[in-house]
Design a protein around this ligand. Structure first.
Ligand code: AHG
Ligand code: MN
Ligand code: MN
Length: 343
């Protein structure tokens, strides 16, 4: 007879068990996480049959960050909205694909949470059948009145009550945290359930991978260039040279580095003086996951990502994100304090 080494746990059961540790919880956050799992299944189904369903291609407009919007982005954006708008758990939403705060329709009740999301991350990869993702961030409402306002959405990342992502890869994986560790679930499409596959994820303290778009090299700050030059040089004692791995799909690059160890960075460039990635939809949620897994996330200007105070929904920030030691090593270069810079 085969022996089974671990218990079979669905995401629902896992979330409920977490809630039971907080007897005062109303269950709203629990249900909100279920809602996300449902949206993830719907998007996953569509991503998997994208080529077949002939929904690939450009939709003909641009989003507020100026990117081309693909039809699957629109699909994911609407799917999430339709799962979330009528639950009575949210006071407002904000999406990378929409310029303004998304109100809950008047006919529906509102609740105490704000939901921010990047419906489809890495969408330039869709046509090539490369892994893409969804990122989400949840804040508690801080203003009075039933409807949420911009102020509720523009909170620093350290106030997030939950954050996570879904990766649509060879299998679909959902990773989330409510501030009590990071847990990963893999979708079994035959039963339509996310099953616990990565309990209590911990990022290796140090890795051997760096992920960045080196197109920006000559417009990076010389300190960033010095760091990259250094990590490419040979030195066994400091695990160099590091391997370059860049998918161009943040969720995929982040997930791989979380499992294997490494650093992802998107510094300021001539084209993007604040980097490219969005604080509310991409950086704050991944920074919370990284820190909860023992990693680190900074903007390279002396700030922790989770301490940045957003002033606009689509604000960008430079980022250095991943294994703790790797990020700290980069920070030494960014401060100009590394011995290799003094020669
Ligand atoms: P999105 O598809 O949501 O617009 O995000 C794209 C992001 C991110 O996934 C990735 O890390 C980055 O853009 C890649 O940018 P470059 O093409 O400049 O490397
Ligand atoms: Mn994105
Ligand atoms: Mn996107």
């Amino acid at each position: 007879m085969p022996t089974y080494s671990s218990k079979l746990t669905t995401i629902e059961r896992h979330i409920l068990a977490e809630q039971e540790q907080h007897p005062s919880a109303s269950g709203d956050l629990t249900n909100l996480l279920y809602d996300i799992a449902l949206a993830a299944k719907i998007i996953s189904r569509e991503v998997n049959r994208a080529g077949l369903a002939d929904i690939l291609g450009v939709a003909g407009n641009t989003n507020t960050s100026g990117d081309e919007v693909k039809r699957l982005d629109e699909y994911a954006d609407k799917a999430i909205f339709r799962v979330m708008d009528h639950t009575g758990r949210l006071c407002a939403m904000a999406s990378e694909e929409q310029e303004d705060l998304i109100s809950i329709p008047e006919r529906f009740a509102t609740g105490k949470y704000v939901f921010l999301y990047d419906p489809l991350d890495g969408s330039s990869n869709i046509d090539a059948n490369v892994s893409i993702g969804t990122i989400f961030s949840i804040h508690r409402k801080i203003t009075y009145g039933a409807r949420g306002t911009l102020e509720d959405a523009l909170q620093p990342g350290h106030r997030q009550v939950a954050a996570g992502y879904v990766l649509y890869g060879p299998s679909t994986v959902m990773v989330y945290t409510t501030g009590h560790g990071v847990h990963g679930f893999t979708l079994d499409p035959t039963i339509g359930e996310f099953l616990l596959s990565h309990p209590n994820m911990k990022a290796p303290k140090q890795g051997a991978i760096y992920s960045t778009n080196e197109q920006g090299y000559w417009s990076w700050d010389p300190k960033v260039r010095a760091y990259v030059d250094w990590i490419k040089k040979d030195d066994k004692a400091t695990r160099r040279p590091r391997s370059s791995r860049y998918i161009g799909s943040l969720v995929s690059d982040f997930h791989r580095n979380l499992l294997y160890g490494g650093i992802f960075f998107y510094p300021a460039t001539a084209k993007n003086p604040d980097g490219k990635l969005r604080l509310l939809y991409e950086l704050a949620p991944l920074a919370m996951i990284a820190e909860q897994a023992g990693g680190r996330a900074v903007d390279g200007r002396g700030n922790r990502i989770l301490d940045l105070h957003p002033t606009g929904l689509h604000q960008r920030a430079p980022v250095f994100l991943g294994s703790e030691d790797d990020v700290r090593e980069a920070e030494v270069f960014l401060r100009g304090e590394h011995p290799a810079q003094k020669t």
